[in-house]
Write a protein that binds this ligand. Structure first.
Ligand code: BGC
Length: 843
């Protein structure tokens, strides 16, 4: 512990230290003015810095591409710059801690938060995470890589026991966190909700102390996931530094005082965790008395250079999976374009849950085409619906934004105390809804204009946590301000079921809408979502077919929304929701130049891919997504992405299939080391799209790899792999040299080959460079937990001394032999082998 931290600790009483380790409120820590310790703000999260809002409410902010897109960039340098942007945004939102990055692994395609996580692969995740962290922390903002550990699905997420053998943990699920510590130098870590091998992560001493601190040398703070703390002494002893949110339930002077008095923990434990919190405050500059980053002081940045960076990143993470030559489209073409699909007009730029932010912009492909390709003849057809439940009203049926007026009291009466604008008819409140608004008793009137697209019957619906009524043209058409209502699964299961009314609307006519909401009958969390759905009978697929048949090229944007891919719930299906697969097939039959853009967060079924001319996997691309997709479609940007996850040909082929989602409170990681490409290679199963695959518009030639180093017995020097890459096309582009290591037969079973490093290169036409990949000893090692069978257990056939071929000492081992180093374009497209001979090593 540094001297300054020791001095600060010594100045605090036991009670103050016990208070320091619990938050003050949902997004703030406590202040101790006499000791010169200010409160600081913390904010989600991985694709933006939201500030004090909840679920996409709050001050507008930059929405960068979701984690799975960042993984697909294979570009740590670019991700570091995005990290810097989020660091700036966090400070502009008065926060010194960014609750990010999310670095669990894509174990199963249905994982509800896969969109937030980088990849199926621990090395790719680890390298991207480390650069994200360096970027954020370069702005004096701490990161909390999450969720430590084995929180890879949402099923029973608060209690599930992830049962994972130690070798699998060490070689897969812990690796991104190890990189976050060793390469990223993270100042924080967030412990997960789940249990790991029977013990809740927030009180798991093996995880939080033995591995994280003692083995990896982490000296930062561990914050609980929100409400994930489970105990007082157990957590403090295990190394949980900060309970969030506040006020603390397990930490603060009451429970900690009792635990100390009962001798369940001692002052040393308290000093250790309070010291962790102080160190975070010191590192983020909070103890220097700088005034420019105070909780509640929120500013918008929205800098032009940030928009450009976010746009570049979205294109860099877009994967061109297949192309029969239809792409890139000629930007000067005078022809016509059919643009089809719900997500073409309403881009899904991020997933649902705590990662949700209110982006500065939300650019769809249609909007981008209107902005920059106005000369094209573009026809839009929706094609089908993809709602899972009530979707909040927003553009284009909502014209412009809603204007929100806040009143103190439940009755929309008295002076307007606060105003705000919102692009969607979803309001969520937790804590103070705005300056001057009484959180105990308030009401909001939201006014705007509706424009229906069809004439006839529409369903106007709401789900509420509180009380709401809706007026159209000044008439109350839906009133849920009185009477009982049943609960549904919205608002974390506390909201009402859908309450709806049928209304008649006329296509193109502007209809004033007023949504009046009050927080009466709610507690703490409150809000309302209002949606509108046309019931007018239309054959949407036939309309899309007709539009496609009449156009030169059809672009179908398929995808999900934040209701399908969200925190708190795994996805229901591997297939695209609604009639989208059928829509693709029928559009492709109507137009041979059909390109499909996949706007999902995680992997989905692509069994229609061989029927279309081109497939782009764009993911949840952030606020500039529409521009980035247009850039790639028209060749203004190279599709820089490579798949960060394997797409199985059938859902049943996924490695976790037999061990997902779990039962009786347990999810057994029975597939062990074999997730992602490790599984498909071991089982010789051909995936729909292999890990690492992605095409460029440019073409690149690679030299055979030059492999040096690693020769001496201790492998003191790393193995260096160098490949000369030349862009032999007439277009600028990027390429990713991937390096997979194939071990010789080893003492323990090992995957056939594993990604161990990569380098992304950007080359102008004709340009040449050398890609350099460094492989340390760990790239060749595996973790052997050792045979822990008690000596002499089998008295019938004792192994004569000296003849056991098993190790008993756990650790990282390199077996002697000839290792093949493959340079590759994907896990299934191996380019050049090289051999390296290694001696036996213990790390
Ligand atoms: C999520 C975390 C998030 C926290 C605060 C939790 O529900 O799991 O990722 O940082 O909420 O919003």
């Amino acid at each position: 512990m540094s001297e300054s931290i020791e001095t600060r600790l010594a100045a605090l009483t036991t009670e103050e230290k016990a208070d320091l380790v619990a938050g003050e409120a949902i997004w703030t820590t406590k202040s101790f003015p006499v000791a010169g310790i200010p409160a600081i703000g913390v904010t989600d999260g991985p694709n933006g810095a939201r500030g004090g809002g909840l679920l996409g409410t709050g001050t507008a902010t930059a929405c960068i591409p979701a984690g799975a897109v960042l993984g697909a960039t294979w570009d740590p340098e670019l991700v570091e710059r995005l990290g810097g942007l989020l660091g700036d945004e966090a400070r502009a939102k008065g926060c010194r801690v960014l609750l990010a990055p999310t670095i669990n692994l894509h174990r199963n395609p249905l994982g509800g938060r896969n969109f937030e996580c980088y990849s199926e692969d621990p090395i790719l995740s680890g390298l991207v995470a480390a650069s994200f962290i360096r970027g954020v922390q370069s702005r004096g903002v701490a990161t909390t890589p999450k969720h430590f550990a084995a929180n890879d699905s949402e099923f029973e997420r608060n209690t599930i026991d992830s049962q994972v053998d130690e070798r699998t943990l060490r070689e897969l699920y812990l690796v991104p966190f190890e990189y976050a510590v060793a390469e990223g130098g993270t100042w924080g870590v967030m412990s997960a909700y789940n249990r790991l091998n029977g013990i809740f992560c927030s009180e798991n001493e093996w995880l939080l102390t033995q591995v994280l601190r003692d083995e990896w040398g982490f000296d930062g703070f561990v914050v609980s996931d929100w409400f994930a703390a489970r105990s007082t002494a157990g957590s403090a002893r295990a190394g949980l530094s900060l309970e969030m949110p506040g006020p603390g339930q397990w930490y603060n002077r009451g429970p900690i005082g009792e635990a100390l008095a009962a001798g369940e923990m001692d002052e040393g434990h308290l000093d250790r965790i309070a010291g962790d919190v102080l160190r975070m405050l010191e590192r983020t500059g909070a103890l220097d008395g700088d005034e420019d980053c105070q909780p509640g002081q929120e500013r918008e940045l929205d800098r032009p250079e940030d928009r450009a960076l976010v746009r570049q990143a979205a294109a860099a993470g877009t994967v061109l999976v297949a192309n029969n030559g239809v792409l890139p489209l000629n930007p000067a073409m005078a022809g016509s374009l059919a643009v089809i699909g719900p997500n073409a007009r309403k881009a899904q730029i991020m997933g649902g849950g705590s990662a949700t932010v209110q982006g500065y912009r939300n650019v769809s492909l249609m909007e981008a085409l209107g902005d920059e390709y106005g000369h094209l003849d573009v026809r839009y057809a929706q094609g089908c619906d993809i709602e899972r439940s009530l979707v909040a009203l927003s553009a284009p049926m909502l014209k412009g934004k809603l204007r929100l007026e806040y009143f103190n009291g439940h009755d929309w009466a008295g002076p307007v105390v606060h105003t705000k604008e919102s692009a969607s008819a979803e309001m969520v409140f937790f804590g103070e809804p705005g300056p001057g608004v009484n959180p105990e008793e308030f009401s909001v009137r939201a006014s705007g204009v509706l424009v229906a697209e069809a004439t006839g019957e529409h369903t106007l619906g709401l789900v509420q946590l509180g009380r709401c009524r809706i007026l159209l043209d000044g008439e109350t058409v839906l009133d849920a301000t009185e009477g009982d209502y049943d609960q549904g699964d919205d608002f974390f299961g506390m909201g009402s079921e859908l309450i709806s009314a049928e209304v008649q609307l006329t296509a193109g006519r502007e209809t004033p809408i007023v949504i009046e909401y009050s927080n009466r009958d709610s507690f703490m969390l409150c809000g309302v979502r209002v949606g509108l759905k046309s019931q007018v009978d239309r054959d949407l697929i036939a309309e899309a077919e007709a539009a496609a048949a009449a156009a030169d090229v059809a672009v179908v944007v398929v995808g999900t929304n934040a209701d399908w891919e969200t925190e708190g719930r795994d996805r229901d299906s591997f297939d695209l929701p609604g009639d989208q697969p059928e829509l693709i097939r029928r559009v492709a039959a109507a137009n041979p130049n059909t390109v499909v853009v996949v706007n999902t967060g995680g992997a989905c079924n692509l069994d229609w891919a061989d029927q279309v001319a081109g497939v782009l996997v764009a993911g949840f691309g952030g606020q500039e997504m529409g521009h980035a997709v247009a850039d790639v479609l028209f060749g203004q940007a190279d599709p820089g992405g490579r798949m960060a996850m394997t797409v199985p040909a059938r859902y049943e082929h996924n490695p976790a299939y037999l061990n997902y989602p779990g039962e009786n409170g347990v999810v057994r990681y029975g597939e062990g080391l074999y997730i992602g490409h490790r599984w498909f290679d071991a089982r010789a199963i051909e995936p729909a799209v292999p890990f690492g695959h992605g095409l460029s518009y440019a073409t690149f030639e690679w030299s055979a790899p030059r492999v040096t180093g690693g020769g001496d017995a201790e492998m003191a020097d790393p193995v260096i792999v160098e490949v000369d890459v030349v862009n032999n096309s007439d277009r600028a582009g990027s390429d990713v040299v991937q390096v997979y290591v194939e071990p010789p037969p080893s003492l323990l079973h090992r995957p056939v080959r594993e990604l161990k490093g990569f380098a992304k290169v950007h080359l102008a036409p004709g340009e040449r460079t050398t890609a350099r990949i460094v492989l340390t000893r760990r790239a060749f090692a595996y973790y052997d937990p050792g045979d822990q069978t008690p000596q002499g257990l089998d008295s019938m056939s004792p192994i004569p001394a000296g003849e056991s071929h098993k190790r008993t000492e756990p650790g990282w081992y390199v077996d002697p032999g000839s290792y093949t180093i493959w340079t590759a374009r994907s896990s299934a497209n191996l380019v050049h082998p090289a051999k390296v001979q290694l001696d036996e090593l213990t790390i």
